[in-house]
Structure formats: C-alpha cells, structure tokens
Design a binder for this molecule. Sequence first.
Ligand SMILES: [Zn+2]
Length: 378
Amino acid sequence: MNLTRKISFILCISSLMLSGCTETEQHQSYETSYAGMFYNRAEAFYCYKTANNLTHRLDFETMKDAALCNKPNCNHTATDCFMKRLNGQVPVFDGEHGYYFLDDAPKYQPDESGKTKVVLGSSLYMHDFSQETDTKLLHVDASVSNNCYGLLLKDHNIYYIENLYSRETDENGVETGFGNTGGPMSLHVYSLETQEDTKLCELYNPAEIGRIYPTVYYSGEVYMAGVYDNKLYFNVSFISETQPELVSKIYPTYYDFTDGSYHGQPDNISDFENSVVAFVSEDCLAECRNGETTVYRKGNEIPVELTNECFNDYSEIYVINDTLFCTGKVFDLNTKEVREPAVLKDKSVVAKYGDSYIISDIGMRENFEKISAEQLLK
Ligand SMILES: [Zn+2]
C-alpha cells in the first residue's frame, strides 16, 4: 500500500474509532440494502443472478431457491413477469418492495455532424411483492445499469451511478463501440420520501484521467463495492491503450455519508498500484493488491495483512467476525492460521446464518448447501 492511501486509511480508521464509541450499535441491515453485479446478500436470504440470466432468491431458513416472482402459475417468460423484466439484474430490498433501474429501449437520433447517436435513458421502478405491481419513480437521461454499477438503498434513499457514455451507430443503425464505455460517471441519490433527485459527486471523468493517460478511451467503469462504516466504497477501473501495451488500472475510492465528501483518486494517479476493494460489510473491509489482502475491522485499530495467492480470486472473499473465507480456505484473522476444510473444496462461503454457513459452487452460484460450524471448521 502506498503512503497516500495508507494515510487515508489510517485517517479513516481513526475517525471511526472516535465516532464508533459514541453511537449506539444498531443493526441496520433492514435499512441498508446493497445489490452488486451478481448478488444482494441480506440477513435471511441471498438474491442472485443465475447462469441462465435469471434472478433467484435463496431463503436461508428453508433453503428454498426460487425465481424472484410471486405470481401464481407464472412460467417467467412473458414481460408481465417481474423477474423476466429484471433480465438478470438484482434489485435492492426494503420490506415488501424491490427497487431497480431499467435502461430504455434504444432510441436513435442524428447529431449535427450527421452521425446517428443512441439517446440514453433509464427509469427507476419500485416493485411491490404482495401486489406484483411496478411503479415508475424516476426517469434520467443516462444509462443506469444497476447490474453493472451497483445500487444501494440506505435510510430511504436510493443511491445510483449515472453513466453518460456516448453510443454511436453505423450506417446500418447497428450500435458500435460497445467497449467504449468511458463516459463521465457520477453518484446520484433519489429520496423515497421527498422524490427529489440529487447529483452528489462525479466519480469518473475520462478527460481528467486522460491528462495522465492520454490515450484512455475505453472501458472506464465505476462500481459500488458496498458500505463500510458509513462510507460507500467504489472500485474505479479503466483501460488505456498505449504503445505497445495495454494499461489496466483499478483503484478504490469512497463517498463519506457523514459529511458528503468524495475521496477520489490522489493527484498523481500514475503512482497507483492496482488495488481493489474485494469485500465490504458494515463491520469490515477487505482490500486486495498484488496477492496481498488487508482487512480493516470496526473497532480494531490495526488492520490485518494476509499474504496468499488464493486472494487473486478476490470475488469469492467473505468476512464475518474474525474469519475470512475464500475459495477452499478459512483464515483466522487473529492468529492468521489457515485451514483448508474438505467441505470447501471448489466451494466458497456465501453467508453466515445463525450458527450455520451457506456455501455454494464458486463463480456463478449453484448447489447451495447449509452446513454447521463444526462441519465447516473441522
Ligand atoms: Zn414470473
């Protein structure tokens, strides 16, 4: 970890140490719901995208795994099926409601130069699971694919990322440059109470990054990693084509809910070594860089540093209490002891539920099992 980031993390850790003691430790999971590219991990269920591009919900109590659709006798093929409409996206949840964005069907418009451009648009919907109805809450002139950038519901606010990338079409009306997604991206909040929509900050500006990497032009991307200690973490990545190599960079940033400040990349981005926020929960943040993983925990001043090649597979990391799980392995964060239980061969832990653990195949989730702590840790 370079010095700038080390300092910012130390500041972050010290500020939470100061504020952490004065606030009542309330369980907020019912008020905070985060959906990433593939899943939404709630206290009692796991909502996820299947290999067939469907949205399923696994109930931890019953281990029932079913399509996210309450319509009786629905075969999930018609567009009046909520799950079909989601098209593999994972919503955020608030009691009986689910929230999600759907990008508009493509609309084409010629610009001044005679080129045909695709007009961007996206709408926020609220789904009522008891009535099976959908209500449109907001329309924005941007792309908000929440399966790409993540979506967050926190304290009756929906936080989403807007992308203003441009899409052109060729003379046949076929969209070109789909990889060219490096448009400006910003964080917005929609209040479910006042229906107000506000831009909070810019997260990614290709022109700015282009000053350091002049040829940055495609695949710029920002996605939410989750909320840790009242801060919303993002991973920012971009690919820049230079002669003769392709430079790929990824680095974490965060938005601080406490004072509304955004902590973006440092002034000299070229100092940045690739680093990714791999796991985030209210109590813990795990960051991976070059095979090394640093774990920050609420209430623990000293982060835990672990070195192991398995962390290259950072998307499988799950941390709860004093234990870090990744594919096939279990790490004790206090003793740094590593175990490789037989039950975790080619499997990873998805969640902890009561005294049990939910495990599944790695990659696209399949074959969920609920096992006891004894089974897992022996
Ligand atoms: Zn259905």
